[in-house]
Design a protein around this ligand. Structure first.
Ligand code: GMT
Length: 374
């Protein structure tokens, strides 16, 4: 198939899933055309089946804001025609699916089926804001196929938008050959030279990820055992988290590493992932940790209970309960045999339910169904 993939290029789950999906589909022989404002950050174009088309949104002194959605629609229509795309797959509804609808209308009577994958805040936060709700509902209804990354998100979409559209759940996936446990790690030697336990948090540091809570949980842990915390990523809450670590006097144990590419190496050198988000439709980073044999301590919210089994792959704790998160972290980290056992179970869960080999064919089948019916 010739597939156009539309996503945000920035550090965020929806862009990562879109990029990894495109790479996996290309490896399976499909021709992939990424359409975005910049190359998605995990995209490498080693495969000749992978193409990238930049949306250049021209600005003008009259515009307060550049009308990106219009430039995107124009680019979608142009690429679909030029490369004879079979379908467009939009990741994150806003504004991608609305632009795709415009592109589809522009090309009529040529057919251009549109698939939308809902990821999270396009439904639970941004999409449910009144300024976007009607257009998001419209774009979902007008898509030829809609998928959501968890049952939780599917139900949230029905509840928030009252749509009648059939929504198929296709879970997020992980490359289990890339995310693997490491017997030896130079990163671990570098960050934990004295055998400290390594805790990790990875996100785009938006308020929903609660990075300051990560520091609070770590503060409880480090008071009881030698430990370091790796904070990977960047975003608006980073300085508050840094300031808190300074206030607690633990800044030398907390490393803010900014955005990194070699995530699999950081995962593999860690002992525990912390993800105390206030909401999470899936929690891709938890899955990446699990595949690396790293137990996870996450909030009992959104789609996370669909991803891991409480007590076996890690723990699910109410997001506000920092004390309990601290206790559970210590429970895992103070018993190395148990921690390893949990890690192994977590990898088994990842392999059995969320490996790319298992999930990518679900997307292919979905596309085929849409192509037959749209
Ligand atoms: O919140 C993020 O990290 C980015 C956001 C996005 O849509 O770019 O992530 C959402 O999509 C990810 C991939 O499907 C999910 O793993 C995240 O759980 C989800 N984030 C939230 O629901 C807050």
């Amino acid at each position: 198939m010739k597939i156009g993939i539309v996503c945000y290029p920035t550090y965020g789950g929806s862009g990562i899933v879109a990029t990894e999906l495109g790479k996996e589909l290309a490896a399976r022989g499909h021709e992939i055309h990424f359409i975005s404002s910049a190359p998605p950050f995990r995209l490498n174009r080693e495969s000749e089946n992978v193409n990238f088309h930049e949306v250049a949104a021209t600005t003008y002194p009259l515009f307060d804001h550049t009308p990106y959605a219009l430039a995107l629609a124009t680019k979608m229509a142009e690429i679909a025609e030029l490369h004879e795309l079979d379908l467009l797959h939009c990741h994150y509804a806003i504004p991608h699916s609305a632009s795709a609808f415009l592109a589809k209308c522009m090309l009529e009577p040529r057919r251009l089926p549109v698939v939308t994958t809902l990821h999270g805040t396009d439904i639970t936060l941004v999409g449910s804001d009144r300024s976007y709700l009607p257009i998001t509902r419209f774009s979902i209804e007008k898509s030829d196929g809609v998928t959501a990354v968890s049952n939780y998100l599917r139900e949230a979409t029905y509840k928030t938008f009252g749509v009648r559209k059939e929504i198929e759940v296709i879970y997020n996936f992980v490359n289990c050959d890339l995310y693997t446990p490491a017997a030896e790690s130079s990163l671990r030697r570098h960050y934990a030279p004295n055998g400290e336990r390594v805790l990790i948090h990875l996100s785009n540091f938006r308020p929903v990820k609660r990075p300051t809570s990560v520091v609070e949980i770590f503060n409880i842990v480090q008071a009881r055992l030698p430990a370091v915390l790796l904070m990977v990523g960047d975003g608006p809450e980073r300085s508050s988290a840094e300031w808190l670590a300074h206030k607690y006097g633990i800044d030398r144990k907390v490393q803010f590493l900014g955005k990194r590419d070699n995530i699999e190496e950081f995962m593999a050198c860690s002992d525990l992932l912390l993800l105390p988000s206030s909401n999470e439709s899936f929690g891709l980073v938890a899955l990446e940790a699990m595949a690396s044999e790293v137990p996870v301590l996450v909030s009992k919210v959104g789609g996370l209970p669909e991803v891991l089994e409480d007590g076996l792959d890690g723990f699910l704790v109410e997001p506000e309960n920092i004390e309990e998160m601290g206790r559970k972290a210590l429970e895992i980290l103070s018993d190395e045999d148990r921690r390893r056992e949990m890690g192994k179970h977590a990898r088994q869960t990842a392999r059995a339910r969320f490996c790319s080999k298992r999930i990518i064919p679900q997307y292919e089948m979905f596309y085929e169904r849409i192509l037959q019916t749209a």
